[in-house]
Ligand binder design. Structure first.
Ligand code: G3P
Ligand code: CA
Length: 326
């Protein structure tokens, strides 16, 4: 580690199952979450969007297109841009859909990650956040574990329905489940700084908050300056409302120089100096960054050398195995 200290139980980074064990089963399905629980992930990630009737469901895209059969079930419900938006469908309608492995954009039925579960017709539905909590808490009880939730609020400006905003809707579900104060087992994450500030200052949540930093692919949150968030001033500002950052891995490591040395930025060290945790995304065996040839090499760099505090990974089993081996 860059700080020269050995890893201990206290400094062992957390393993966050990114969309579940999504390297093996279709993302955000309950089977993918159960598998990640069995693999020993510390936290299971939920990306949350709102339905038309303001129910938080677990879905990565603001669209239903890439991971469900919506175009077959509701062929007439696309917007003018040809896409099917979750916010246009009630929960009753979404229950008619089947979720499948992510399809590659514009490439027919082929999957985004060719070696993964075949796209097929879909074996599972799209879960609500409440249903997923029921699964995780049931597994925790039956297995005597305390696996946590790591909940992302997707596109907060876009997800408002029936007078409800996505932050309040998520907190209501957590409250109903008796988890609104479970600060040792629940993180809330978002790309949108005002939403995190709203959670902290207005909704007064005691749950730890993580500022995601990266290209927000939906572009729905206005003109957030992600470069500013990575400056010392930006990090100091984040530290006033959040407990950590979730940067894209290429903001920490950008490849190898001519002599083969890993080019590592000082973002992690500066975030740590600002008192922030660092949980980068996304660690994938089948999509390694440039200059990295094995998944273990990737973990050795980020965990063994740089010293991040947690990793979002599609492959929780490989990550747990690595941590047990060092
Ligand atoms: O939430 C961390 C990471 O998941 C952010 O990227 O697009 O996979 O939600 P995304
Ligand atoms: Ca996410």
């Amino acid at each position: 580690r860059e700080d020269g200290k050995p890893m201990t139980a206290e400094t062992r980074p957390i393993v966050i199952a990114h969309r579940g064990a999504s390297g093996y089963l279709p993302e955000h399905t309950l089977p993918a979450k159960a598998l990640a629980h069995g693999m020993g992930a510390d936290f299971l990630e939920q990306d949350i969007v709102l339905t038309k009737d303001a129910v938080p469901i677990v879905l990565h895209d603001i669209l239903l297109d890439s991971t469900t059969n919506v175009a077959t079930v509701f062929p007439d419900r696309a917007r003018a841009d040809g896409h099917f938006y979750a916010i246009d469908f009630t929960l009753t309608e979404i229950r008619e859909l089947r979720a499948h492995e992510r399809r590659a954009p514009g490439e027919g039925d082929s999957t985004a990650f060719p070696a993964r579960f075949p796209a097929g017709p879909g074996l599972s539905g799209v879960p609500t956040l409440a249903e997923e909590i029921q699964l995780i808490e049931g597994l925790n009880r039956s297995r005597g574990m305390r696996t946590g939730l790591y909940i992302e609020l997707k596109a907060p400006q876009f997800h408002k329905a029936e007078g409800m905003d996505i932050a309040r809707a998520v907190l209501d579900v957590l409250k109903d489940a008796g988890l609104a104060e479970a600060s040792d087992r629940i993180y809330l994450q978002c790309f949108d700084p005002p939403t995190l500030q709203y959670l902290k200052d207005t909704l007064q949540t005691s749950l730890p908050l993580i500022q995601l930093i990266g290209d927000n692919s939906w572009g729905e949150d206005g003109d957030t300056n992600y470069d500013y968030l990575r400056t010392d001033e930006g990090l100091a500002e984040i530290a006033r409302y959040a407990d950590g950052i979730g940067p894209w891995i290429l903001q920490i490591y950008s490849g190898r120089d001519e002599s083969g040395e890993a080019m590592v930025t000082d973002l992690v060290a500066r975030a740590h100096r600002a008192g922030l945790l660092v949980h980068p995304f996304t660690f994938r065996r089948d999509a390694l960054p440039p200059g990295i040839s094995t998944y273990r090499e990737l973990l050795e760099l980020f965990i063994g050398q740089v010293g991040v505090d947690g990793v979002f990974t599609d492959f929780p089993d490989l990550t747990v195995n690595y941590l047990e081996s060092v």
